[in-house]
Design a protein around this ligand. Structure first.
Ligand code: NDP
Length: 297
């Protein structure tokens, strides 16, 4: 029987745990604060940001939201980041990506105080992750790691294949899987658009993390029987639904679930975990800033 990995349930556990740690901070007189910055009129980005704000409210994190006109000069975003860096009530800063083309994403990510960089994208935090001394693990791969842990999927010595090498998902995912220690020690192969014979790599994998952004392109015939399949992809495809579209992953769920030992659904797999780990990082950031041991590593 294939086990369905329930991201909603694991994320609810993470949120409950985070809420307990918010109380520890409150006892020390600290209310954790997360600032979200939106410089876009993309509907999906607006939805993501409002969901993040709602999540904050649920666990007792103070949400601060700043909107910047997408046509405004880049300097307005930089100035906003500088202000948020200086604010004592802001412990985490998240600039919703993508930013408009006239804004340099790298400059944006470098400008955020690394101790408030709860996305974990600042070069200092990327370096710490690679060095095995992570401050903030990027939310999506960290969420995947938590899912594997929650379902007792052994990473030690496992052959893992990560499909995708983006800075947000693929690279940090691979970096977490190769680290020494719990949740790591996997023999990890990173595949991308220039990879030769992806099928051969997948057919040998005990753990597959699919993050290519191509609807349903990993199917059951490519998988090793019993593999754990984590589908990070969120792709909008035309469908005869009320909205006129449906969300599907990078994995063809029906065929893959006949072969896999465990699999995440889309939606309800990795997505909720990404949101939960942002709360985790924000509370961790507040603990670091005020020297309160909230017990998050
Ligand atoms: P990117 O587009 O930045 O990266 C996609 C990666 O897939 C690239 O490295 C690309 O290779 C690789 N790729 C493309 N085609 C192939 C192919 N045929 N075979 C193997 N590899 C290929 O996407 P993201 O990493 O940002 O996101 C990936 C997916 O995850 C998207 O569907 C996104 O919506 C979703 N996502 C979901 C999140 C969640 O919370 N569930 C969070 C973040 C993203 P190359 O580098 O050579 O171009």
């Amino acid at each position: 029987m294939t086990e369905v990995i329930d991201g909603e349930a694991v994320a609810a556990d993470v949120r409950a745990d985070v809420a307990d740690r918010v109380e520890l901070l409150e006892h020390a007189g600290v209310t954790p604060g997360l600032a979200t910055v939106l410089m876009s009129d993309d509907a999906a980005s607006e939805t993501y940001v409002s969901m993040k704000q709602r999540d904050c409210e649920e666990v007792g994190i103070e949400g601060i939201h700043v909107e910047i006109d997408p046509d405004a000069p880049a300097s307005e975003l930089y100035g906003t980041i500088d202000d948020l860096n200086d604010r004592d009530d802001v412990h985490g800063i998240l600039v919703q990506l993508p930013v408009p083309e006239h804004v340099d994403t790298r400059q944006v990510l470098r400008r955020i105080d690394p101790e408030k960089d709860v996305d974990g994208f600042h070069p200092e935090n990327v370096g710490r992750l690679v060095a095995g001394d992570a401050r903030f693990k990027p939310c999506t791969p960290h969420g995947v790691q938590k899912l594997l842990e929650a379902y007792d999927v052994e990473t030690e010595g496992a052959d893992a294949v990560v499909v995708g090498r983006s800075d947000i998902v693929g690279k940090p995912m691979a970096n977490l899987l190769i680290q020494k220690g719990p949740g790591g020690n996997a023999t990890t192969t990173v595949c991308h658009s220039r990879t030769r014979d992806l099928e051969a790599k997948l057919s040998n994998a005990d753990i597959v993390v699919a993050a290519a952004g191509i609807p349903e392109f990993v199917d059951g015939s490519m998988l090793k029987p019993g593999a754990t399949v984590i589908d990070v992809g969120i792709n909008k495809v035309d469908a005869e639904t009320e909205k006129g579209y449906a969300l599907v992953g990078d994995v063809d769920y029906d065929s893959a679930s006949e072969v896999a030992g465990a699999i995440t659904p889309v939606p309800g797999g990795v997505g909720p975990m990404t949101r939960a780990m942002l709360l985790y990082n924000t509370v961790k950031a507040a603990g670091i800033r005020h020297d309160v041991d909230v017990g998050l590593r």
